[in-house]
Ligand binder design. Structure first.
Ligand code: AOF
Ligand code: ZN
Length: 352
């Protein structure tokens, strides 16, 4: 199962909104086939592992073998046919599962179908590891909202920047690289109005290899100017706002044909963050990396709608400016991990 989890993780950044899944087929303590779900819409892990066993000319051993799968084999026709049926057809002797699939389309019916076909099934092996691996998928399935990671960099004296003027460089180039790697792992990045306006961020992946997330900005009254990098059409972009269709924005040009930009409405009020997450969930966004500024991060903290904090504290003293969000006291020390300039706070005691 450890090997299956390791294989599953190769799907990181390529399979969302599907979970990362790995599968290992074992005959008499020897791996005769292995595979993982490589790409959204592509073959599932079990299909790959069975194919692999076939290629190794071990197909005739399947009825005497055990399949270790990190997620309950599916029982539905989605982009691919049910994996449970494939395992039954191949007469696999035993199936060992790490996590049950919370997807309502599966949710126990994969296991049931295999049991009815006479396959021995065991579930829950290394379940904690699997929960961590697919924390985004499980959060989206169970809580109907994306997994939320709050990230910021603060100075040694607790400021994230000056009150006005260009952004202050707090973290070094190595930290920067890390942040770009993290961007490849999440479905969306989100920033507030002021950050989008004053920092003019590109919010894409430059210092690492991987896919660009959907960039999202809160622009309640559609006041962000068109010249910002945000509107360059280079990657999918969501503008969250309060305006009804009937109100004409100051800059109607922006509504002109740009398939990369989607305008999403939320109502003004207490539960704006909740509404925003619900809208992202509708768009199958399973995780959001909140990159600032302090107002937005504080709003997530106050709403209690977050799963992880990644805080970088640099050696620089700024003296005054925008106070960093306060992470201390939110979680106990046992849920906190220190690594170089970074502190990770996690409700699932996980470290990136
Ligand atoms: C498996 N093995 O490797 C994966 C599973 O649209 P589809 O057909 O790709 O189905 C996606 C759903 O199937 C996904 O939401 C999850 O419930 C399950 N993923 N199941 O047996 C796999 N990736
Ligand atoms: Zn499947």
């Amino acid at each position: 199962m450890q090997r299956a989890l390791q294989l599953a993780a190769y799907g990181r950044g390529s399979v969302s909104p599907n979970p990362m899944v790995g599968c290992v087929i074992v005959y008499e303590n020897r791996i005769i086939g292995e595979g993982w779900h490589r790409k959204y819409g592509g073959p599932h892990a079990e299909v790959r592992a069975i194919e692999d066993a076939g290629e190794k000319e071990n197909a005739d051993l399947l009825d005497k073998s055990t399949a270790y799968v990190t997620l309950e084999p599916c029982s539905h026709y989605g982009k691919t046919p049910p994996c449970a049926d494939l395992l039954i057809r191949k007469k696999i002797r035993k199936v060992v599962i790490c996590n049950d699939d919370p997807n309502p389309l599966v949710s126990g019916s994969g296991i049931k179908r295999m049991l009815e076909a006479g396959i021995e099934v065991e579930s829950g092996m290394l379940a904690g590891e699997g929960e961590k691996l697919n924390k985004r998928f499980f959060t989206a399935m169970r809580q109907k909202r994306p997994y939320v990671i709050l990230k910021w960099a603060e100075s040694a004296d607790g400021f994230i920047g000056h009150a006005a003027g260009p952004p202050v460089q707090i973290s070094g180039s190595l930290s920067n690289m890390r942040v770009h790697k993290w961007r490849t792992e999440e479905d969306a990045i989100l920033v507030g109005f002021k950050t989008a306006l004053l920092d003019n961020p590109r919010l894409n992946v430059r210092n690492w290899h991987g896919k660009n997330p959907v960039r999202t900005a809160l622009d309640r009254f559609l006041q962000l100017p068109e010249k910002l990098n945000f509107f360059d059409g280079s990657q999918p972009t969501i503008i969250v706002n309060h305006l009804e269709q009937t109100i004409v924005p100051t800059d109607p040009e922006r509504y002109a044909e740009n398939p990369a930009i989607a305008y999403v409405q939320v109502e003004a009020g207490q539960n704006e963050i909740q509404q925003l997450l619900a809208k992202l969930h509708e768009r199958k966004i399973q995780s959001v990396f909140v990159e600032g500024g302090a107002t937005v991060i504080n709003a997530f903290l106050q709403a209690g709608l977050w799963d992880e904090i990644r805080k970088c504290q640099g050696p620089k003293i700024i003296g005054s400016g925008v106070k960093a969000p306060l992470a201390e006291g939110i979680l106990t020390d046992s849920e906190k991990v220190q690594d170089d300039l970074w502190t990770f706070y996690s409700r699932s005691s996980d470290t990136p």
